[in-house]
Design a protein around this ligand. Structure first.
Ligand code: ZN
Length: 135
């Protein structure tokens, strides 16, 4: 598996309308997209920093993993995402090393990236996402 860098940091927010102005107007970093991923119960709001992105995550419904995360732990850093060159190879390698991958294969995340998550149990307490850039 080849890690190409930190792709983004995912931050769970209660309310994008309240929290996005800090990123958009105070930090004045480039807003690249807002996307609703209905199957994942999340609205993503993505900002570029020049090196790595910030992904704000707002729940679209009370059963969303983001809503559950905020109920349990409060708003804040939710996951760290690393870009990989080949996600299928990465998943295979993780499984061979008995790392707990969530799901059998990748899914399509924001901006069309192929993504997979690794359980915090396998990483020292942080939800880790791997992402392969769409062609
Ligand atoms: Zn992410």
């Amino acid at each position: 598996m080849k890690i190409l860098g930190i792709e983004h940091i995912g931050i769970a927010v209660k309310d994008l309308a309240n929290d996005s102005p800090f990123w958009k107007h105070v930090l004045d970093i480039y807003h690249s997209s807002t996307e609703v991923l209905e199957d994942q119960g999340v609205t993503t709001d993505i900002y570029g920093t020049g090196k790595g992105k910030v992904e704000l995550l707002e729940a679209t419904n009370p059963d969303s993993p983001i809503a559950k995360f905020i109920d349990k732990r409060g708003a804040g850093i939710h996951h760290v995402c690393f870009e990989v060159d080949d996600i299928i190879e990465a998943i295979q390698e993780l499984k061979e090393n008995n790392i707990q991958v969530l799901g059998d294969t990748y899914s399509i995340g924001a901006e069309g990236y192929k993504v997979v998550f690794i359980h915090p149990r396998s990483t020292g307490g942080v939800l880790v996402e791997l992402a392969e850039k769409p062609e």
